[in-house]
Design a protein. Structure first.
Length: 297
């Protein structure tokens, strides 16, 4: 498989609701196998809608979504749809609301195993769920508990175990740490990185915290009002942002030194209008900016 191979690709992807709201507007990006692509922006920017369309939990209004070279929006048979579901999973934002409170954790994790009939016996099913619990740092004996008996961080580990149950190639991580305490967030992100290295996973990591997205991602795209306004290698976007909206997001990240933090100024973002038509343009190798022909964002 070549370095340029694209496991996931979104081409001119848009989502327009019945009231005319354009939640996602002509979004383009791709993700290579084994990489993490970070999608960052404030609430309402369209990042979660984009992730749900990629995972086929939400229908796109227009555009193309390719997974492993196949157009996922084209009508496929039952077998093809099942194959896609096994290869593409999702970790949700709220680790409590996404878990059925009436089911034991072992049964929650085994939902996909049961649907796809991956276990030939109850013992094999228990062995598979126990291995998944261990993989996310939980004790197999905890599988007989209910979600309310776990902390927020532990519940998100259960959500990760459920996503891993079908041995997927690609996982959409939809703000998987935003509902967790700051002290727990790094543990979950480090777990995701460890699992990625161990299993060769590919991630779309969605969040509003640019510093955390930079930590886990190979490439970053910044979304604002349904559009990608800047994209490129994670370190470059974070340390040398081009778009004023990106600079505004970075200026809002708190610094650990109180003295520096007190004297630091936030950068307010104000949209400007130019006569030139703006589009996402490659302004330097691998760096993309939503700007006019003169490079004005």
């Amino acid at each position: 498989m070549t370095r340029d191979y694209k496991l996931v690709e979104a081409v001119h992807l848009s989502k327009v609701y019945g009231n005319g709201l354009r939640a996602v507007d002509d979004v383009n990006f791709f993700i290579r196998p084994g990489e993490t692509f970070g999608l960052v922006g404030e609430s309402g920017s369209g990042k979660t809608t984009t992730g749900r369309m990629i995972a086929r939990l939400l229908d796109a209004s227009s555009g193309t979504i390719r997974f492993d070279g196949i157009d996922t929006r084209a009508s496929g048979g039952k077998e093809e749809n099942l194959r896609f579901r096994r290869q593409v999973q999702m970790i949700f934002q709220d680790p409590y609301a996404s878990l059925d409170p009436r089911k034991k954790v072992r049964d929650i994790i085994a939902e996909g195993i049961d649907i796809h009939r991956l276990a030939s016996s109850k013992n094999e099913r228990n062995e598979m769920t126990s291995a998944l619990l261990r993989a996310v740092g939980l004790n197999p004996s905890q599988g007989d508990r209910y979600p309310h008996e776990f902390s927020g961080g532990q519940r998100q580990r259960v959500g990760i175990a459920r996503a891993l149950a079908l041995n997927p190639r690609f996982i959409v991580c939809d703000e998987p740490i935003s509902a967790l305490d700051v002290s727990i967030q790094a543990q979950i992100v480090n777990l995701l990185k460890e699992l990625q290295e161990e299993k060769g996973l590919t991630y779309l990591f969605i969040a509003h915290d640019l510093s955390m997205v930079k930590y886990i991602s190979d490439h970053i795209a910044v979304m604002h009002r349904g559009k990608i306004v800047e994209a490129g290698p994670a370190e470059e976007v974070y340390h040398h942002p081009f778009h004023p909206y990106t600079r505004s997001l970075i200026s809002a990240i708190p610094l650990p030194d109180p003295a520096i933090e007190r004297g630091r100024k936030r950068i307010a973002y104000e949209e400007t209008e130019y006569l030139g038509e703006r589009a996402l343009r490659e302004v330097s190798p691998g760096r993309f900016l939503y700007c006019d022909e003169q490079g004005r964002a």
